[in-house]
Ligand binder design. Structure first.
Ligand code: ATP
Ligand code: MG
Length: 306
């Protein structure tokens, strides 16, 4: 059995008539020590998939198997780095990391917990900023705190939901290198979700495209056999890199099928009203000449290209 596995997972939100079918028939197998990247369009259901992997969301159908257990509760053994940092604003860099360490390693002595926290703050090069609060940090620094906090819990699997999406290109490149370095050093199992195929190929052992929603599903798994550590400048000229990139992007483009979807929008009625024959005098129109039923909504099914 694989270390982390999804079998026939489907997920949607909302009540009948207003439902969004987000994920359909997702099968995924991740082995211990693997680095798998899932690449998908914005809004396709990437965070939903990640929340299911983390155990924060229970799928409507299908199974989640993790480390030999069926549909386990969420816990620190599946460490999730969120898309939007989610740091506690009133705590310093050190305290944000220490909070997680104190909860997970309550069996260690205070001195051991202190040195563990310091090790992970140093790992993401934030020792000089350890007493700063999130509001005093740049976006890249905040994301590094978020990565350090999750790594410090020493999860069995590291789940990264677009951890670098909000960063500028330079900071993004620095953090990509840091993630690659830490992963090699710690031999961690990693699932990275991203909308950037280059980032996926640079870091992962395997890239899997996620088709556009609704009913997004995973495509074929594309192995990346380029040796680690990978040099981002050299890799762009590499033939295998270009081939994999082509394969991933072609799959994502081809999978952009036409979908039927339901739109609900305000119905703008013509500015007229039937004549009220019981009254001879005006007004024949609603107040200020506008249609009286202007808050009415209309639902229609349309074909859209995603
Ligand atoms: N709790 C929820 N309730 C209702 N709809 C939701 C919920 N969570 C997600 N959705 C819907 O599911 C779809 C996928 O959302 P999700 O956040 O998983 O996408 P994403 O690929 O992570 O997007 P992004 O690229 O913007 O991060 C969206 O249409 C969203 O509106
Ligand atoms: Mg998301």
């Amino acid at each position: 059995m694989s270390f982390l596995q999804l079998q026939g997972v489907s997920m949607g939100f909302g009540l009948p008539g207003r439902r969004t079918e987000v994920l359909a028939d997702i099968d995924l197998e991740i082995e211990q020590g693997e680095f798998v990247a899932i690449v998908g369009y914005s809004g396709s259901g990437k965070s939903t998939l990640m929340s299911i992997l983390a155990g924060l969301l229970r799928p409507e159908s299908g199974r989640v198997l993790f480390d030999g257990r069926d549909t386990p509760e969420p816990g620190p053994d599946r460490g999730l780095v969120f898309q939007n940092y989610s740091l506690l604003p009133w705590l310093t860099v050190y305290e944000n990391v220490a909070l997680a360490v104190d909860q997970v390693f309550s069996n260690l002595s205070p001195a051991e917990r202190r040195s563990h926290t310091e090790r992970f703050v140093a790992m993401v090069n934030l020792t000089p900023a350890r007493d700063k609060r999130p509001s005093e940090l740049s976006g890249g620094m905040r994301q590094r705190v978020s990565v350090a906090r999750t790594l410090a819990m020493q999860p069995k699997v590291l789940l990264l939901d677009e951890p670098l999406g909000a960063l500028d290109a330079l900071t993004r490149a620095t953090l990509q290198d840091e993630i690659a370095r830490i992963r090699l050093a710690e031999k961690q199992t990693v699932v990275l979700i991203t909308n950037d195929p280059d980032e996926a190929i640079l870091l992962a052992d395997r890239v899997i495209p996620l088709t556009a929603g609704p009913r997004a599903t995973l495509g074929p798994s594309i192995p990346v056999t380029l040796p680690h550590p990978r040099d981002r400048r050299a890799i762009h000229g590499n033939y295998d890199f270009k081939q994999i990139r082509h394969e991933v992007t072609q799959y994502l483009l081809k999978a952009r099928t036409r979908h039927r979807t339901t739109l609900t929008r305000a119905l703008v009625l013509p500015d007229v009203e039937p004549e009220d024959i019981t009254h001879k005098s005006p007004p024949m129109f609603g107040p200020k000449g506008r249609a009286r039923r202007r808050n009415e909504v209309k639902t229609e099914t349309v074909e859209v290209s995603l």
